[in-house]
Design a protein around this ligand. Structure first.
Ligand SMILES: [Zn+2]
Length: 186
């Protein structure tokens, strides 16, 4: 088990992993398109580690930098089952260059869209180009759950949320609920 008290660890200086704040809808930053990463340096490596920490703590299977208020084209994911060892994957400047087929991703959810899930139309298979955290080129052919995760996260980097891909009526149910909630809090 990963120790959740990241604050204490950073004070002790053993490890400086930080859990980052995840922006939630309707924060406008989530609608912003990310800028390409131009430099893979220590600062970026630290961001990657902190994003991974944030994703595992949430817990989630994927996280795009835009969700933690950084408009860089970068995402992390790990779809290994919880009982298995962690398998962190990092994609920098990912692009879907081809897709095939169509499926409905059932009950899709998002850390930035709390308390809501919906069935989302997705491509069945995607072909993705990116570079890893060492700057080496990656070519991925993904099907099934991984294909959905990649489409979901790459959408984030293009300023899109899964609720932008469902019917207006279903989206309105959610946005009304969120507006009511925000009103109650203020
Ligand atoms: Zn998401």
């Amino acid at each position: 088990m990963r120790c959740p008290d990241s604050v204490i660890r950073s004070i002790e200086g053993v490890q400086s992993l930080e859990s980052l704040e995840i922006l939630t809808y309707p924060n406008n930053f989530l609608a912003k398109a990310a800028e390409p990463v131009t430099q893979i340096d220590g600062k970026l490596q630290k961001l990657i580690d902190n994003m991974a920490e944030t994703m595992y703590l949430a817990p989630g299977v994927g996280l795009a930098a835009i969700q933690v208020n950084i408009d860089q084209s970068l995402l992390v994911y790990d779809i290994a089952p919880p009982e298995e060892d962690k398998e962190l994957n990092v994609l920098i400047n990912p692009k879907i260059f081809a897709s095939e087929g169509s499926v409905v991703s059932e009950n899709e959810g998002c850390l930035s869209v709390p308390e809501f899930r919906a069935d989302v139309p997705r491509a069945e298979q995607v072909f993705v180009e990116a570079v890893d955290r060492e700057g080496r080129p990656i070519h991925l052919e993904a099907k099934g759950f991984l294909a959905v995760v990649l489409q979901h996260e790459i959408d984030h980097l293009n300023g899109r949320l899964f609720i932008d891909r469902i019917s207006t009526l279903k989206r309105q149910i959610y946005t009304r609920r969120m507006k009511k909630k925000i009103k109650h809090q203020s």
